[in-house]
Design a protein around this ligand. Structure first.
Ligand code: AMP
Ligand code: MG
Length: 528
């Protein structure tokens, strides 16, 4: 049914201990671990595209064997489950060994076309890396990861994917508000899929332990398996330096996409940074409603706002520096090699800046419908964002509707009215918006670009539908009451996020008032 080729397990050193008791794992990059069976696995939803990619038919997806395997009751033939060792900087501080505390790799599936995918069950029970936690995941966070990772894929943003969402039939105890009132919540397991789940933290941990041999081995393995298309120099220093530059580029592209659509990851710790520049680990993420660079969905970060929307590029850069520092331990202190590698790592950081700026300019041109970005567009664009902040306008609706503005000021007012959350702010800022639109329309005339072409361009950069926090929460509330229909409908809506879908207008509406301060809609805890 699935063809496994478990290269990671085969080629890299594994843990000799086989129990899943919590421990420090040294001298190995993975530990064998089996999923812990659950009471009654039931398939809530699955991604048709991902199933196709893996060669799983509808009948297979619904078969007892497959649902059991996706729920951790039994394993696919050829699967050899394991969890991996990684560390990470959390909220700016080195946190030591973390590892896959509740993600269990099923192995590497090679599809009919020869493409390799790693499969992981998230929430399938304890591993040696579970520390004091249970290795489980609740339904609400699993729905959020399942829906958002597929939504990101369809938005054209590099991301890990989700194959399936399975209810376990077991309860999981969580203190959602960290207020001493734990509750029993329904449990679930997402099967997630990516070419590689390797994180910055996978390298940091061996560097922190001065295990240069293991670090080197993991670097060579990763380059060979996860970057087969690269033609890197043979010299070991040049090789690592050039590879780092590629990681920096991919990270820059990913973050530029996040900024384009108003996605806030929420927990950009280095253990949540993918080596392939994929959006990974959907926890207390959120989508910008009213545009506010200081907004973070993560309640744990509400005070310091380290991971707010506007700081994501800077944090990505900081995380890359941590990875660079880890890679630098491959060379002896103050050696010629070390000096050479420092130069190359710095060139990699410069690559991040260059690619991030390039991608941002290209995305801004697309969002505003300019044929090309021109440096002199900066004030016009900055003024738009300032207006969005001051008038508390919805980012997604503003940009989507901007494609339809024309010479009639009254029609423009009607068109953009929905972007305002507050009538009082609308009254205050309408005049400024009218003036801005005047400048904007003058600018668009400077392009040799017919209006329909401009609108078509903008509609490729500005989604009609994003995975708004309150929509996910509505789907969660219904699913918790036993009705999965909205999970399935949202998944379907998000398959074509740039198209107007007749009858699905409600999925494009701004956050309603009731959701403004509701948990899950405007703010999220890390409890999951
Ligand atoms: P996260 O904040 O979800 O990125 O997780 C940070 C670390 O905590 C990772 O090592 C996770 O594997 C671990 N972790 C989070 N939740 C659990 C859980 N319920 N059981 C075991 N480990 C967990
Ligand atoms: Mg994580």
């Amino acid at each position: 049914m699935l063809t496994f080729d478990n290269q990671f397990r085969r080629e890299l050193p594994g843990d000799t201990e086989t129990s899943n008791t919590t421990r420090q794992v040294n001298g190995a990059v993975w530990s064998p671990v089996m999923p812990t069976p659950v009471a009654a696995p039931r398939l809530i939803a699955y991604s048709q595209e991902m199933a196709n990619e893996l060669g799983l038919s509808t009948a297979m997806m619904q078969s007892t064997d497959v649902v059991n395997a996706l729920g951790g009751n039994g394993v696919f033939p050829g699967s050899e489950p394991y969890a991996t060792v990684y560390g990470g900087h959390q909220f700016g501080h080195w946190a030591g060994q973390l590892g896959d505390g509740r993600a269990i790799y099923l192995g590497e599936v090679v599809n009919a076309a020869g493409t390799r995918h790693e499969l992981q069950l998230k929430g399938a029970g304890p591993t040696p890396y579970s520390r004091r936690a249970d290795g489980r995941a609740v339904l609400r966070s699993s729905i959020r990861e399942f829906l958002c990772s597929e939504a990101m894929f369809h938005l054209g943003i590099p991301t890990t994917r989700a194959l399936s969402l399975v209810a376990t039939g077991d309860k999981v105890v969580r203190d959602m508000f960290y207020d001493g009132n734990p509750e029993r919540e329904p449990g679930a397991i997402v099967c997630r899929v990516a070419p590689s789940f390797t994180r910055f933290g996978h390298f940091e941990i061996h560097a922190a332990r001065n295990d240069t041999g293991l670090l080197k081995q993991l670097v060579e393995f990763t380059i060979a398996r996860d970057f087969p298309e690269l033609d890197l120099p043979a010299d070991p220093i040049d090789r690592v330096g050039a590879w780092f530059g590629v990681i920096a580029e991919r990270t820059a592209v990913m973050v530029a996409h996040w900024m384009r659509v108003g996605f806030v990851h929420g927990v950009m710790n280095t253990d949540n940074m993918s080596i392939l520049g994929l959006t990974i680990d959907y926890g207390p993420y959120g989508w910008i409603d009213n545009f506010d660079p200081g907004w973070t969905p993560n309640t744990t970060d509400a005070e310091r706002k380290r991971y707010c929307y506007g700081r994501q590029p800077e944090i990505a850069r900081w995380n890359l520096e941590r990875l660079g520092s880890a890679l630098l331990t491959l060379t002896a202190d103050e050696s010629t090699e070390a000096n050479r590698l420092v130069d190359l790592l710095q060139a990699g950081m410069a690559k991040f800046d260059e690619i991030f700026d390039l991608a941002t300019r290209q995305k801004l041109a697309g969002k505003f419908g300019f044929a090309h970005w021109r440096e002199e567009d900066t004030p016009l664009v900055n003024d738009a964002f300032r207006l969005l902040v001051e008038a508390e306008m919805d980012m997604t609706i503003f940009f989507r509707r901007l494609a339809g503005v024309g010479i009639d000021p009254e029609a423009n007012r009607v068109l953009l009215a929905d972007a305002f959350y507050r009538q009082d702010l609308r009254e205050i800022h309408q005049g400024a918006l009218d003036l801005w639109l005047g400048r904007y329309l003058a600018r668009t005339k400077e392009d040799d670009f017919a209006q329909p072409d401009r609108a078509a361009l903008m509609n490729r950069f500005n989604p009609q539908y994003v995975m708004r926090n309150y929509l996910a929460q509505q789907a969660i509330d219904l699913a918790t009451a036993g009705d999965n229909s909205m999970v399935i409908e949202l998944l379907d809506v998000m398959r074509r996020p740039y198209e107007m879908q007749v009858g699905r207008e409600r999925f494009a509406e701004k956050r309603p008032d009731w959701a403004r301060q509701k948990a899950g809609c405007s703010m999220l805890s890390c409890s999951s």
